[in-house]
Design a protein around this ligand. Structure first.
Ligand code: UVW
Length: 270
């Protein structure tokens, strides 16, 4: 058997779960970012070719941080510095970033570990404003009999993607959103993961009425440790399947110099 066939036979019968939310106008998103818009620029019949053929196409205008997306290391600075001490003001320009743009991220194909914090607490969805601590993460590892290792990507299950269709509650400006607190962020960083992913817009704990005014977990992961953050993943199917590990595939759009990009992550399960 050829090496390719061996690889393909390993995948035959695999279950592939799409972890992206559908991108459409009006979907929940952070008020910090330009909204997603798509319009049909040309419709069938606008121009019909001599052979009867016709084509339709669209214009898409969107912020790089709406829908299921990944944050590049140029997204957040602290006191003027990006990850690795890079000067944020020198690195940025009208065409984006000379360095640390999302195009410089190597696509990830590797082990994904899902820590289900909702299940740990005996609920399908964590309450609004709940802070996921380092202790929660350690206890979830023990309960699931799994360990997050260097080079993995970690996905944090809060169950919040079950609320995607409740736009205002999902955004959580009044009641808050569950997410990792600073102790949880330090725990994730200590495991030397490549990507930290969650179901909510900000990944971090947002308390009632706080909005996205302070985002300390972004500073810790993106600026101090160079760990990409992924937001607004659709994890409900994976949580319901009660799986802890899988092949995780993340290949962001290669937008040169961008601070983030939409992505359609996949989980591949045996
Ligand atoms: C938020 O909208 C808070 O997420 P991002 O990190 O993509 O800006």
């Amino acid at each position: 058997m050829s090496e390719l066939n061996t690889l393909l036979s390993g995948l035959s019968g695999a279950r592939i779960i799409d972890l992206s939310q559908p991108m459409k106008r009006g979907m929940p998103q952070s008020p910090n970012h330009p909204p997603f818009r798509m319009i049909l620029e040309r419709r069938h019949g606008d121009m019909v070719r001599a052979d009867g053929g016709s084509a339709s196409n669209e214009i898409i205008v969107t912020g790089g941080h709406v829908g299921t997306h990944i944050d590049g290391l140029s997204h957040v600075s602290h006191e003027g510095k990006l990850f690795g001490g890079v000067d944020a003001y020198e690195a940025q320009g009208a065409d984006g970033f000379k360095t640390l743009g999302i195009d410089t991220m190597t696509p990830f194909v590797g082990r994904g570990v899902l820590l289900d914090i909702a299940r740990l607490h005996g609920v399908a969805t964590l309450p609004a404003g709940y802070g996921i601590t380092a202790d929660d993460l350690s206890r979830a590892e023990k309960a699931q009999g799994i360990s997050v290792e260097a080079g993995d990507s970690v996905l944090i299950g809060s169950g919040w993607s079950r609320r995607w269709n409740e736009r205002d509650a999902f955004i959580g400006l009044s009641d808050g959103v569950p997410g990792v607190d600073t102790s949880g962020a330090e725990w994730i960083a200590s495991r030397k993961v490549k990507i930290a992913a969650g179901e909510t817009i900000a990944f971090e704990q947002i308390t009632a009425g706080a909005g996205h005014s302070l985002l300390p977990v972004h500073r810790i992961l993106l600026v101090e440790y160079g760990i990409h953050i992924m937001e607004t993943l659709k994890l409900d199917e994976l949580l319901d399947a009660n799986v802890s590990e899988f092949i995780f595939v993340v290949s962001p759009l290669r937008v040169v110099g961008a601070t983030g990009a939409p992505v359609r992550p996949l989980a591949i399960l045996p």
